[in-house]
Design a protein around this ligand. Structure first.
Ligand code: BES
Ligand code: MN
Ligand code: ZN
Length: 485
């Protein structure tokens, strides 16, 4: 979806939207439209769209009214995003190619107008590259949103929001691609292509590098797959400073469970077990495109978890890069095995002061929180409160869970330093305790379990069903408010 800016004197498309404050239909709409809207129970609530045709002075217009709620309502920006999203959802396959949004009488500020446009752009994203037989009326027709008479300053704010949208869309693309197309090496290729010319520094470790380093935990997961593992490090250095901030992502491009194989039903979902890595890549893209004044490293561990004659077995003991040994009780608890070596490597290589990892780590977090919140675990209250605030402001919401010695004890092993799973209950917490064993003293660390929020089975306000892009807005907001603020 392209967003363009125009003035009221420019030629406008046939489809024009007006933004309507709840409970006040403007008189200039004319009696017929006002009657029809009221009769259809359109009152201007956020998310409502009313469609009509009107003979206006500049020709026959396909007129859309989009509710924006009441000024001063809490979550005002979210309501405006929703209005933009609802408009695009309604007209995406309508046959119209462009939608004008008339801001002239809207009374919105620049940041409010930018929120409408962001909602419109995000809701308009679709990935139809594998659909070769769509009939004309199923195909997306709407490709442009034209902001008419947007408030002063909207266009420059939009530069920043467009960078955010690019990052979210890149994440959605990575998450949506099937595992035969997107595997460790091709994930790297796609990033290299996308990051060319952005100023992002790219470092890639291949299988031999990982073996030479001694990433035994990560390689143990990868050894059952014909797809060779990779570690990809991206650096956006928009500011010289003491210690950088690191974002770390779980990039299991397909999780069959390995020898502890998953049931067939729903296994196809495990193509998106790289959602953490996707969010990290998308966030770095956003930071580079908007030239953020921050020094951020994004590192992702990329593997495929498969069962075969060379796959690791339950009971195997592997030696992690940190030197700590791990008894692999369940080969399906593979994400923590990948992350632990990446966490050690990022600390040794870049000495970050803060680490935020994102991972589709446990089904248990979905049992706890459903699809509304991601789980947050942190060893630092300040970082937790900053992320909580970023979650609230961005809409990528977080809910904090506990950590503690009593949980940590649950992953002690009889034969090795630790085992990779705990008892049945509290599975998200014991997974986080496992990761914490790889965090050095003095490093502020948060782990975000995003298993419930990466993929949506039904459309939301700013996404269709499918990949949500969760995490990009959160990380971007954290950088804006904490690192740049
Ligand atoms: N990738 C899964 C977690 C997951 C499950 C993400 C469902 C999204 C939807 C992870 O690797 C996994 O398999 N975790 C196991 C851990 C268990 C073996 C301790 C799980 O949650 O069942
Ligand atoms: Mn698994
Ligand atoms: Zn997994």
């Amino acid at each position: 979806m392209t967003i363009r800016f125009a003035s009221s004197t420019d030629p406008r498309p046939r489809l024009v939207a007006r933004l309507i404050v709840e409970g006040s239909l403007p008189a200039d709409l004319g009696d017929t439209v006002r009657e029809a809207a009221t009769a259809s129970r359109f009152s201007g609530k956020p998310g409502q769209v009313f469609e009509s045709f009107a003979a206006l002075p500049n020709g026959l217009t396909r007129l859309a009214l989009a509710g924006i709620g009441k000024p001063g309502a809490p979550d005002r920006l979210a309501a405006l995003e929703r209005a933009g999203g609802a408009l695009v959802a309604r007209f995406l396959t309508s046959g119209e190619t462009a939608l004008a949004i008339d801001f002239a009488e809207s009374g919105l500020t620049a940041d409010e107008a930018a929120a409408v446009l962001l909602g419109a752009r995000l809701r308009g994203w679709r990935y139809d590259v594998y659909k070769t037989r769509q009939s004309a009326d199923q195909q997306v027709s709407l490709h442009a949103v034209i902001a008419i008479d947007a408030p002063e300053g909207t266009q420059s704010l939009w530069q920043t929001e467009a960078a955010l949208a690019e990052g979210i869309e890149f994440t959605r693309e990575l998450v949506t691609e099937p595992a035969n197309v997107l595997y460790p090496a091709s994930f790297v290729d796609r990033c290299r292509a996308r990051f060319a010319g952005t100023g992002i520094d790219v470092v890639v470790l291949t299988g031999d590098d990982l073996a030479a380093l001694g990433m035994g935990a990560l390689l143990g997961v990868a050894q059952g797959s014909v797809r060779e593992a990779r570690v990809l490090a991206l650096r956006w250095k928009g500011r010289a400073g003491a210690r950088p901030t690191a974002f770390v992502g779980k990039g299991v491009t397909f999780d069959s469970g390995g020898i502890s194989i998953k049931p067939a039903g729903g296994m196809e979902d495990m193509k998106w077990d790289m959602g953490g890595a996707g969010a990290v890549a998308g966030a770095l893209l956003t930071l580079a495109l908007r030239k953020a004044e921050a020094d951020v490293i994004g590192v992702v561990g990329l593997v495929e978890n498969m069962p075969d004659g060379n796959a690791q077995r339950p009971g195997d003991v592997v030696t992690s890069l940190s030197g700590q040994t791990i008894e692999v009780i369940n080969t399906d608890a593979e994400g923590r095995l990948v992350l632990c070596d990446v966490l050690t490597w990022v600390q040794r290589t870049y000495a970050p002061g803060t680490i935020i990892d994102l991972a589709t780590l446990t089904g248990a977090i979905i049992v706890s929180l459903g699809h509304e919140y991601a789980g947050m675990f942190a060893n630092d209250d300040l970082l937790a409160s900053q992320l909580d605030a970023a979650g609230k402001a961005s809409g990528d919401k977080l809910w904090r869970f506990p950590l503690g010695a009593a949980y940590d004890k649950l992953i002690d092993s009889a034969i090795a330093d630790m085992k990779n799973v705990g008892p049945r209950y509290g599975g998200s917490i014991t997974a986080a305790q496992f990761l914490q064993r790889f965090i050095d003293d003095g490093v502020a660390w948060a782990h975000l379990d995003i298993a419930g929020t990466v993929w949506a089975d039904k459309p939301g306000t700013t996404h269709d069903k499918g990949a949500t892009g969760f995490g990009v807005r959160l990380l971007d907001r954290y950088v804006r408010d904490v690192l740049e603020g």
